[in-house]
Design a protein around this ligand. Sequence first.
Ligand code: NOJ
Length: 526
Amino acid sequence: MTDWWRSGVIYQLYPRSFADSDGDGTGDLRGVTARLDHLAGLGVDAIWLNPCFPSPNADWGYDVADYLSVDPELGGDAALDALIAAAGERGIRLLLDLVPNHTSDRHPWFEESRSSRDAPRRDWYVWADGRDGGPPNNWKSVFGGPAWTYDEPTGQWYLHNFLPEQPDLDWWNEDVREAFDGILRHWFDRGVAGFRIDVAHAIVKDAELRDNPPADESDPSRTRRFGQRQVYSMNRPEVHDVFRRWRAIAQEYEPERVLIGETWVFELERLARFYGEGSDELHLAFNVPFLLSPFEPETLAEIVAATEAALPGEAWPVWTLSNHDVIRFPTRWCTDHPARIRCALLLLLTLRGTPVLYYGDELGMPQARLARSDLRDPVGLRHWPLDPGRDGARTPMPWADEPGAGFTEPGVRPWLPIADAHAVNVASQRGDRDSVLSLARDLITLRRELPDLATGAYERLPTHEGTWAWRRGERIMVAVNACDEPRAVGGVRGTIRVATDRSRDGEGVSGELALGPWQAVVIAGP
Ligand code: NOJ
């Protein structure tokens, strides 16, 4: 039987923004449970929840204060158990977000660690003496400024690749590794189907804390932004030992639990390494070059070909267009152009690899534009207006065109503003055959009906500039016209099963297929 995480579709949702069950303006897990029929109707196989552990929310859950319970604001442990059970009844699995790189500075481990140089957990974090009156080395925080903060009472510096409120754990410490073994088992025992692993490429640091070298123009990564290549502050090869260890734990379970890495790397050969040798590390590793590519068929086709070539034997790609850290794809890839949005969704759901939808993607929900006074993300709060931060991708799910948008009660102020729920919402798209939601649902249904669309081999077909076509398995063909002119694709035989222009569904094709500007189709051959 095919592994569910290869053939299935994963749906990422931001718990604070999905559905508010108790009228406090913040989404919660009971809200997710109440909306499961939407996800079952869409046909997804698993939900990945952004972090839902207790947190002071300096970085909205990515600063964890307790890895073994659920934030009471989100409903606590009982709400998670109920969600796992209710999702399970609908055949939907639940994945949590694990944050192993750092904890909150209010986690008891760090409070103990910083209490004195002799504290038993001092070496659970990365502490070092300063150099020439400044930080121990030149590492920079991803969120700006030095990656080190001086701790006056103990006279040393601690490392934080993100906020000072997010001290990095020391993954050279066997006790830290054992603690996380226990955390994995705790949630796996509880019925969690797997984890998305935050900054998976970053958790192990150079043991000697060497300076990062300067970046140069040939640097393929975006680390130029920091003026340095992050080769010592993260991206260490020893991280693979950790994932081999976690894969072995995942394999203790039936069905095997799944590990999905946030592998923020730009070279596909490096990405491939996260799958391990003979599938002994991560099951899936997010593909950042694809996510951040422009919506150009030639560029995308090259990334897909290079990914297919780089991944070892059994390894399986994973594709995503949006997430909580980047601008939503309808705005970033498609300039909010309806036909482009439909093409992008069709290709996401038909490439060889696991598609991950971000909540709202199935509606073509655009990025929200927020005022400075609405911001909650520390990145936007620090860098506005140069960087408005990530809140525009995290606004509440628009369920209906009504006060509160079906997200929260009318009159309640949501934690982030609700974007234009009149323009885009679930209720008005649900029964509309021409809606983005219907397109997404029908494509997911087709993946079940035609298993080759989910798991068949990918083969690119030769086409004219501005178009991209590929075969899946023996008899399925996908064609996308990603330009403003009509285009023809030759050598086609079969029936259009789903088209972005729904009036073409069911059309028979033999020979040449004419595609209007920004049209895409899935064709099943005889
Ligand atoms: C990556 C997460 O996706 C992002 O939201 C977070 O701010 C950083 N890691 C730090 O945990």
